[in-house]
Design a protein around this ligand. Structure first.
Ligand code: AHM
Ligand code: MG
Length: 300
């Protein structure tokens, strides 16, 4: 019988000595996921507040944000955090060694229909805001039929499934399948830039199938497993699209790159963008390298 490798066992094997704290941080992310998954059924209403982007917050958005900040503060490992739900970087612990970007509950508009939502983390040692290239790791939790934790470090993406034994290693060293077979793109087709529309029509003609679920975590997870491209593109009236550079686009761009893929804002890798503000939005295209290179040529 194959050995069952728990997240803890895996991390302790890989990250000894000075890196032990990194292992502790990822373990904490797993614990956070367990608690959020448990609480989601009780958090289905709307809060009477809007976030910094003017979006109506859900009780779950606000709760998850506060919960994660409190949890990370208690570890002493985290110096500061930039969350999608916060206006500015939140200082947690002067002695902390990691800086974290966070989308506490991505795709929360899917809560109503009980479709996919998730939590995303970018991990840095540099002070925030800084460019995504400075990430030392990134992770997301998908509250799917099986809760999963996908965790990336340099050239390595691993997936853990939540079971009765806790998180166990499900897939090691994930690489994007070549060629990909899926695409997913946000916004209305009529609002896409003509070049992007043509590009997507080209993919459709080649047989790429549409998968779009309205949660970046969920839609990205499809691309990671089947290959292809996910975009929340520049729109006619919203040239920066919808997704947030720090909280959303950077961690996913980091993960896709470690899986052999690439990201772009239409011109350069998202990871190379110097943030102008904590809450900056960015047109986001992530997927197989060849598809991103072709798109970049068309858009730039
Ligand atoms: P959220 O973090 O407030 O949920 O917003 C981001 C989400 C992404 O998960 C997803 O890609 C996008 O918004 C979906 O937007 P739309 O509803 O326009 O398709
Ligand atoms: Mg989000």
């Amino acid at each position: 019988m194959a050995e069952v490798i728990t997240l803890e066992k895996y991390l302790k094997r890989k990250y000894g000595g000075a890196d032990e704290k990194f292992a502790d941080l990822i373990l904490k992310m797993g614990e956070i996921g367990e608690r959020i998954k448990d609480e989601l059924p009780n958090m289905r209403g709307k809060a009477d507040t809007k976030n910094v982007f003017g979006e109506i917050q859900l009780v779950a958005d606000k709760w998850a944000d506060k919960f994660i900040i409190d949890e990370f503060r208690a570890t002493g490992l985290v110096k500061a955090m930039a969350s999608e739900e916060q206006e500015d970087v939140v200082q947690l612990n002067d002695k902390g060694i990691f800086n974290i970007t966070l989308d506490p509950l991505d795709g929360s508009s899917n809560m109503k229909s009980n479709n996919l939502v998730g939590t995303m983390f970018g991990i840095y040692k540099e002070d925030l805001p800084t460019k995504g290239r400075n990430q030392i790791g990134a992770a997301y939790i998908l509250y799917g039929p099986v809760m999963s934790l996908v965790c990336a470090t340099k050239n390595r993406v691993n997936k853990f499934f939540y079971t009765k034994k806790g998180f166990i290693l499900k897939q090691e060293n994930i690489k994007l399948p070549e060629p990909g077979i899926l695409y997913g793109a946000g916004g209305l087709r009529k609002d896409w830039l003509p070049e992007f529309r043509k590009y997507i029509e080209g993919l459709e003609a080649e047989g790429y199938k549409l998968r779009y679920g309205g949660s970046f975590v969920g839609d990205f997870n499809q691309i990671l497993h089947y290959g292809g491209i996910f975009a929340y593109p520049a729109l006619a009236a919203k040239p920066n699209g919808k997704l947030r550079l720090l909280a959303e686009s950077n961690p996913m761009s980091y993960i896709i790159e470690q899986a052999g893929g690439a990201s772009t804002n239409g011109k350069i890798s998202i990871l190379d963008i110097e943030p102008e503000s904590v809450n900056q939005r960015i047109p986001t295209y992530v997927g197989n390298k060849g598809l991103i290179e072709k798109l970049e040529k068309i858009l730039s």
